[in-house]
Design a protein around this ligand. Structure first.
Ligand code: PLP
Length: 463
């Protein structure tokens, strides 16, 4: 059988990649790496033209669907008018976008604040660290086990995984990592119905004595400037916490002048069915960090919102932070269009309705694989499938990896067509499918997703 042109091209590309590209990114999590050539809505296409239903959408960066026409048009308009401008000068879209985000926060939380832009999520995290250090004079942070805030050096210091730090020397500012309220795998072996938030009590116990290392009880000063939270843990496995935990945590931190920094890089812009995921928790953060979906994966743009007191020009003067591309005109134009779109359409309703439909399908799938699918849960369109051994709790990383790789073979069949499935793996034990489908996903596509997942579970369990 003759080898197709597409296959030859793909083989050449992989050979070049193997020789000239660093393996330091995440491409070689899969061997051989996968090549895609086009995308549309919820679908990626490989070089053979096979469609792959994407349930991860660039880790929630392309929430509004690949090649979303409205957002793509905003980018094209800006390309034709003001595609480049040094960030030292103003352009309308930057100012309007900052105003809309700050006005939303003021309306939602009743707090005035300002916005500072940057390019990627990690860089915005770095900016937030500067704001905390500058305002509190403290450089130590609390963060959660299972938390992920990026891989620049500063962000790595507050990201829980030691694997991301191990080869890069000493991290003097490494965060103090606290148990996240991950009730399916409670660190204390308790059940939510009866635990009375024992884990939060343990955090507060740190402040009972100066000898617990974080608090000077005479001066009434903490050595820690802020607590970095994810309202739903992203890379940690789309872990949905009990709201009450955060209400108490906020009180505990406020009492001790420890700021709350809310990392919305993955969950912001309606991923969980609310504009900010933190709105589910009933608390007001001091700083919000955002990125990813703001530009739907087009020209990247990230940023922070901080309450006025922390970011007022007297405290955070010109030049406090800067990056050449930090408020690039293409990114701000798309971001502004995204904000307009979010104001014009009822995304709360849309995301929650689709999320409920998909979750019901996944719960039905769970009944077909009892134990093996140990947990299924979701908030809006942030959904999780935790893969376990038959006992329903022991993580099964190997099966998870197999399903992930098989999905990318693109050889499944449904309704007479060939398909692949794009998944993302997260979780403390790398045994969780973290699903962040496009908000444009249809019911038929969600049904197809459940059908393809079922095929993958059956195929890989039999192997
Ligand atoms: C919660 C969270 N914070 C920060 C980051 C880092 O963002 P970036 O990869 O754009 O640097 C990520 C990326 O996945 C994230 O999920």
């Amino acid at each position: 059988m003759p080898i197709s042109d597409a296959a030859i091209k793909s083989a050449e590309l992989l050979a070049l990649e193997r020789k000239y590209c660093s393996f330091g990114d995440t491409v070689h999590y899969l061997d051989p790496p996968k090549v895609f050539v086009s995308c549309e809505g919820s679908t990626l296409h490989d070089e053979q033209g096979t469609p792959y239903l994407d349930l991860q959408m660039w880790y929630s960066a392309a929430s509004f669907g690949y090649r979303n026409p409205r957002l793509a048009d905003a980018l094209k308009r800006q390309l034709g008018r003001l595609p480049q401008l040094a960030c030292q000068y103003l352009h309308a879209e930057k100012v309007e976008l900052a105003a809309r985000i700050a006005q939303y926060c003021e309306k939602r939380f009743g707090v005035k604040g300002r916005v500072q832009f940057n390019v990627g999520g990690s860089q915005a995290i770095e900016d937030s660290l500067k704001i905390v250090r500058n305002y509190t004079g403290r450089n130590l942070m609390f963060a959660f086990m299972g938390g992920y805030h990026g891989r620049t050096l500063g962000a790595s210091a507050i990201t829980s995984s030691y694997r991301y730090r191990r080869r890069y020397g000493h991290f003097g500012d490494r965060a103090s990592f606290i148990f996240y309220p991950y009730c399916f795998r409670c660190m204390y072996g308790l059940k939510r119905e009866t635990c009375e938030l024992y884990c939060e009590d343990q955090f507060e116990k740190l402040f009972e004595s100066e000898y617990h290392s974080v608090w000077d009880s005479r001066a009434e000063v903490s050595e820690y400037g802020a607590f970095y939270i994810e309202p739903v843990q992203g890379t940690g496995g789309y872990v949905i916490p009990p709201k009450e935990y955060f209400v108490r945590l906020k009180q505990a931190c406020e009492k001790r002048k420890i700021l709350i920094v809310d990392d919305e890089v993955q969950m912001g812009f309606y991923r969980t069915g609310k504009f900010w995921a933190v709105e589910h928790l009933g608390i007001t953060p001091d700083i919000i960090v955002f990125g990813k979906a703001l530009t739907n994966g087009l020209n990247p743009l990230s940023g922070i919102w901080a309450r006025e007191e922390l970011i007022t020009p007297e405290i955070f003067p010109p030049g406090s932070t800067h990056s050449t591309f930090s408020s690039n005109t293409l990114g701000t134009a798309v971001g502004l269009e995204t904000l307009k779109m979010l104001e014009e359409e009822d995304y709360e309703k849309l995301v929650n309705e689709k999320g409920a439909y998909f979750l019901a399908g996944l719960r039905e799938l769970q009944t077909r694989h009892p134990g093996i699918i140990g947990d299924v849960n979701g908030l809006g369109l942030a959904l999780r499938i935790e893969v376990c051994k038959e006992d329903g709790i022991t993580p099964d990383r190997k099966l998870t990896d197999r399903i992930f790789s098989e999905g990318l073979k693109g050889d499944m069949e449904a309704g007479g067509c060939k398909y692949g499935l794009v998944l993302d793996v997260g979780g403390y034990h790398k045994n969780v499918f973290t699903l962040s489908p496009a908000f444009t996903i249809t019911r038929q596509e969600m049904d197809l997703a459940v059908e393809l997942l079922d095929q993958l579970f059956r195929r890989c369990r039999a192997q």
